[in-house]
Design a protein around this ligand. Structure first.
Ligand code: SF4
Ligand code: SF4
Length: 149
């Protein structure tokens, strides 16, 4: 079932990318899919109606919930980041310095996306961040959020 749901979400993203002018072959490469599958989606032959309903429910959740579900559907973090970036408008992780108690837990980010800035306060390098959402769970004072704009 997780693979089907991932396919449903990819179908939604593929259609959006096509609308933006990307070529079928480019979409296939970008979403790591077979070109013929992309062609199916673009011509309206989606995964089942039930799969598309669940996929839509997931992408309509607040971003902090949906990124965790999307990440649970695939271990390929490059792919999940691409999907998330195409569903939401400029998603990025931010740390609220006023709330941060400097516990250092978020510095354990396994993608090395969190570093100490010149004032020794944790900060996020969003170019390294894969939007896995793990730091959102780790921070005990809710100083870490994912923003879209
Ligand atoms: S986990 Fe939260 S409180 Fe701890 S250093 Fe990171 S942002 Fe600050
Ligand atoms: S979302 Fe994941 S990759 Fe990004 S900073 Fe948080 S733990 Fe690191």
């Amino acid at each position: 079932m997780p693979d089907h749901i991932l396919s449903g979400i990819k179908a939604m993203v593929a259609i959006e990318l096509k609308r933006k002018g990307m070529l079928q072959r480019e979409i296939a490469e970008y979403l790591k899919m077979d070109r013929s599958v992309v062609s199916h989606y673009i011509h309206g032959r989606y995964p089942s109606e039930k799969v598309m309903r669940v996929s839509e429910e997931i992408v309509n959740l607040p971003v902090e919930y949906s990124i965790k579900i999307i990440n649970s559907l695939s271990d390929d973090k490059e792919l999940t980041k691409r999907i998330i970036e195409n569903i939401y408008n400029n998603p990025h992780i931010e740390i609220d310095r006023k709330k941060c108690i400097l516990c250092g837990e978020c510095l354990e980010c396994k993608y090395n996306a969190v570093f100490r800035d010149s004032k020794n306060i944790p900060s996020v390098d969003n170019s390294r961040c894969v939007l896995c959402g793990e730091c959102l769970n780790i921070c005990s004072v809710n100083a870490i959020t994912i923003l879209t704009k």
